[in-house]
Ligand binder design. Sequence first.
Ligand SMILES: [Zn+2]
Length: 348
Amino acid sequence: MMRVMKAGLVYDPIYLEHDTGSHPENSHRLVAIMSHLEESGTKEKLTRLPPRPALVEELKMVHTAEYISQVKSKAEKGGGWLDPDTVICPKSYEVALYAAGGLLTATEAVMKREVSSAVALVRPPGHHATSNRAMGFCIFNNVAVAAKFALANFNLERLLIADFDVHHGNGTQDTFYADPKVLYFSTHQYPFYPGTGWIDETGTGEGEGFTVNFPMTAGWGDEEYLRAFNEVLVPVARRFQPDFILVSAGFDTHWTDSIAMMQVSITGFVQMVTILRDLAAELCQGRLVFTLEGGYDLQAVPHALKAILDVLLGNAEIDDPVGKSPSARKPGGFEEHIKKIMEIHHIE
Ligand SMILES: [Zn+2]
């Protein structure tokens, strides 16, 4: 028997107003995703969740007051570059408040059981932003703000953040590095931007052991990601027993993405998302929220979003029209690598 699952979608046209010009992180990404969800009939099956802006007080759970006002005043003065990769326009501060707020809307809807799970299609993305610095197309750390908000407002004890963007979420890791209440698990191409995320970064002080990095050699794909999820994420999550799961969903891990070199297919994303959905069902009453991070191939990303929404809706048939990577050469070393990570994290 199929269980009917209600999945929420956070989206608002305000997300198109963060104007980055010809930068790869631009509004065409969301336009392409939304039109595919519309044409494929997926949108009408989703519960629409109109986002609210995050309050400055909520951002301050992650970011310094100085940094927040610096972004605001830079936008007011016409915008410009916050870091060598991150450009803003006059509207970007407001849009960034809605991006962080979109995750808060999704979190509230899941915690109040209005929906079983939700996907927040927001931009700018967030996982590189640190307490006092914009980095890598990110202004405020949307997922970190949502995690702090969930812990503060819904009486949760433990929260898991899983991050399958092709880049390491250095800002998210930093935010919770000493915090035993938030377990951060990341798979990412390594060595690669932003340079962090090696296996020996495992947390500090009371947070020791609650950061789990699974760096990936360029060229690995579905098989390696699936094993990282099944053999590392699953046992670590079962041991940790989260009350809520947040996911930094980046689709720049797809084999067609031009800015990175991993070989994951849409089928691979579907398998990872199925594992996350099943973990949430087993451990935390299904509470699961995804936020869009990277992903720049305007062909693959809309299909990937539709596919993962099909997983959340409980649909049995899921398409991968883009198919598997044709790349035949795969670098070795995976067995030793996963063994080392399992040792570091005391996984039997
Ligand atoms: Zn990325």
